[in-house]
Design a protein around this ligand. Structure first.
Ligand code: URA
Length: 251
């Protein structure tokens, strides 16, 4: 999702369907304000959250909104779908406008989905270079061994994309119950990593993205708004260990 940033004169021209000459006149005659300050500069840059007004009438300026949601299995990580209910449809219709999904999950994966209208925030969280950690609970058909841990840590070669996965942490709770911490998001990544050992993922659940932990009070299909502290701190990684691993990538 690209950040919606652009020139003020273009926004005005599009909104009023005016030629640039007339837009220039509006600006030069002090009729346009951005966040309450008169702006006369044609090149002025605005984003979707700046309050632009002309002759006192609001033209644009959304409030940034951020939600976490507990996606159930069977609901699709999309904004529109012909076949399945979408994560967006779990929110009241009045809140849906302008929201996009931050980090999709497969149809049969449950857990944390983030939704926002702030594309700069979602880009910062999901840009591949940020290596923001994502934590998953995994139930497996066959018991795992320490061999898996070594392979996850070393990175696994994916033939189709011709890439080697970044080091991933595998925490073994019992033979069939593990946690995986990824710092990237390749297509069906966890299922493919266990598939390498011919082991089937029976259940997959995401419990954490960066510093944001799925609120245990949220039953499947429930959602809540993020607090300002959660919004500000989301990109911070999981643990001290994680910082070491992340700095290895960044360096
Ligand atoms: N890995 C998968 O295989 N599926 C997901 O939904 C997320 C990570």
């Amino acid at each position: 999702m690209q950040c919606k940033r652009g020139r003020l004169d273009r926004l005005l021209a599009k909104h009023f369907q005016l030629p640039r000459k007339q837009v220039r006149l509006l600006l030069l005659t002090h009729q346009v304000s951005v966040d309450g300050t008169i702006v006369t500069d044609m090149d002025f840059q605005v984003d979707e959250f700046m309050h632009v007004a002309c002759q006192g009438q609001k033209i644009s300026g959304d409030c940034p909104r951020y939600y976490m949601l507990n996606k159930p299995v069977g609901v699709v990580s999309a904004t529109i779908d012909d076949e399945h209910q979408t994560v967006l449809e779990l929110l009241p219709a009045a809140l849906r406008d302008g929201l996009h999904i931050v980090g999709r999950l497969d149809l049969n994966t449950s857990g944390m989905i983030l939704l926002t209208n702030d594309s700069r925030w979602s880009e910062a969280l999901m840009t591949p270079n940020a290596h923001v950690a994502k934590r998953y609970q995994v139930t497996l058909k066959h018991p795992v061994t320490v061999e898996y841990q070594r392979a996850f840590q070393a990175g696994m070669y994916f033939n189709f994309e011709d890439i080697t996965t970044l080091p991933a942490q595998l925490i073994i709770h019992s033979g069939h119950q593990v946690e995986v911490i990824l710092r990237e998001g390749k297509y069906h990544q966890i299922k493919r990593m266990f598939g390498h050992f011919r082991n089937q993922v029976l259940a997959l659940h995401r419990s954490q993205i960066g510093a944001l932990v799925l609120d245990p009070a949220l039953a499947p299909s429930q959602w809540r708004a993020l607090t300002p502290q959660e919004v500000a701190g989301a990109r911070v990684s999981l643990t001290g260990d994680d910082h070491q691993i992340a700095s290895k990538f960044d360096g």
